[in-house]
Design a binder for this molecule. Structure first.
Ligand SMILES: [Zn+2]
Length: 493
């Protein structure tokens, strides 16, 4: 048993090292690489992913997993065996020819999507999308032909979550958020800030905020990129990026706070777990809960705005009041584009995509029907109607990358963040005093203990249940949104 564990650990260490290199190459591609390097980078990435696949699907890995399963294992060992078994099953069940076809179709689909979006012409992308959906369906039936196809798609992003919980959750959220949105429109909207602000001075403010929140610069970097993202190469090497806008002080800053939240999670994975199959985030949804918690629960709070105003005024030479920043950070409006959505409407954008993906994989909507179905759902869910395909069905990159069932992770993140926030307020009565004083170490300590240090020792729903108890996440999110935005708009529930 010990020998089998040692051998499997050695193999897992190699897999994790390859994943770290792939993360670094991906970061480099978006931050440092000259444009002409993309061809060569494709060859590098394809070598690494081929090597990873080869090592993961080695027969010996299957034998070792079989030897260890059900044995007398520590928590780390049994979680690693379970996680690696899932990866092994997925990787070995899908025929190599199908994997290859997927890579070829995705390589063509991405530029086709970009051009179609530029021209706002869905027909340029639809044949690629149809093929990507076919490949996803074939992949799903190769992995598990018994379960609901959507559950099989969901598993690599949010293991432990299924449509049985997501369907009723999205139903309730849709109607509760619709009610809130209607009510807010009867109130008065807070004003936005008028720029511009010096980019270098903004950057110094971002650095100060990241430091205050607990981002460890010895184990991480913050760079610029077109779209902010986080890559955890290792807990000792976490790369986050941001985008600073001359006219968008708060949008740039909330992007940084969001990525710092992801980065703190990655830095908080225990190093002793980092090279095991239990040493990563438990799910995309839990990852998103960390970024959303810092971005919204803390970063858009009145207490944070009060603290931020003094820091911003010092660095930027402005004279903001905390109340001004608080209002500007919490403007709510019905809109067409997910990435610019506020925290009240955001989950409605996800609800539209979830509904459509469910219908696609239940065979209830064809690719050609998608643009109209999208438009109708936006009208009935958010009350706005996209006039173009670019603002509608073509707005997100996910489907062009063959990523179906990714979107629910965003909403799971918001739901988890709300329950983490509600629990923290109960457990730390002086939480908002600490935030207003710019002291975040106790909050980070709580997250380290209850979430980060748990890595992938359990699935996200179990980590959440241990952290917050059996809470109703939908109720927590709706309560939180009402109390913040209702008060700001002068309306009550
Ligand atoms: Zn995120």
């Amino acid at each position: 048993m010990t020998d089998a564990w040692t051998e499997l650990s050695d193999r897992t260490t190699e897999l994790k090292a390859i994943e770290g290199l792939m993360g670094m190459a991906e970061w480099d591609q978006q931050v440092m690489m000259p444009a002409a390097g993309s061809g060569a980078r494709g060859a590098h990435m394809s070598l690494l992913s081929g090597l990873h696949h080869e090592k993961l699907t080695d027969d010996r890995v299957g034998e070792l997993l079989e030897t260890l399963t059900g044995g007398d294992l520590t928590e780390t060992q049994s979680a690693s065996v379970r996680n690696l078994q899932r990866d092994f099953d997925r990787a070995t069940r899908v025929p190599a020819a199908l994997v290859k076809r997927g890579a070829v179709v995705r390589a063509k689909a991405f530029p086709a999507w970009a051009e179609a979006k530029e021209a706002s012409d869905f027909s340029q992308f639809s044949p690629h999308l149809a093929e990507l959906i076919d490949i996803a369906k074939e992949t799903v039936s190769a992995i598990d032909s018994e379960s609901d196809p959507y559950d099989v798609l969901l598993a690599p992003f949010d293991p432990g979550s299924t449509v049985a919980t997501l369907d009723p959750m999205f139903d309730r959220l849709g109607s509760e958020l619709g009610t809130l949105l209607d009510a807010l429109e009867d109130g008065e909207a807070p004003a936005k800030l008028e720029g511009p602000w010096d980019v270098a001075k903004q950057r110094s403010l971002h650095d100060e905020v990241a430091t205050a929140l607990g981002f460890d610069w010895k184990r991480g970097r913050l760079d610029n990129s077109e779209h902010p993202f986080t890559v955890g190469v290792h807990p000792t090497d976490v790369r986050i990026t941001t985008h600073i806008y001359p006219e968008g002080l708060l949008s740039g800053l909330s992007g940084t706070v969001h990525e710092v939240g992801h980065g703190l999670y990655e830095q908080g994975i225990p190093t002793e777990l980092s090279m095991t199959a239990a040493g990563s985030a438990a799910s995309f949804g839990l990852h998103e809960s960390q970024s959303r918690f810092w971005e919204n629960t803390i970063g858009r709070s009145r207490a944070f705005s009060n603290w931020l105003s003094s820091r911003a005024n010092k660095r930027l030479g402005t004279s903001f009041s905390g109340e001004e920043l608080y209002g500007a950070a919490n403007r709510v409006q019905r809109s067409l584009v997910r990435v610019f959505a506020d925290e009240v409407t955001y989950n409605l954008h996800i609800l539209v995509r979830y509904t459509l993906e469910r219908r696609i994989f239940a065979g209830e909507v064809t690719v050609d029907e998608l643009p109209d179905a999208w438009t109708d759902l936006y009208e009935s869910t958010i009350g706005v109607r996209p006039g173009t395909a670019a603002e509608g069905v073509l707005q997100d990159v996910h489907w062009a990358g063959g990523m179906f069932a990714y979107f629910p992770s965003y909403t799971l993140g918001n739901l988890y963040a709300a329950s983490l926030g509600a629990t923290l307020v109960e457990e730390m009565p002086d939480l908002w005093d600490q935030v207003e004083a710019g002291e975040f170490q106790d909050i980070l300590g709580w997250l380290r203990h209850n979430v980060h240090s748990r890595a992938h020792l359990a699935d996200a729903p179990d980590i959440m249940a241990a952290a917050v108890g059996e809470r109703d996440h939908v109720e927590d999110l709706v309560d939180y949104l009402w109390s913040r935005h209702g008060a700001l708009h002068g309306v009550t529930r």
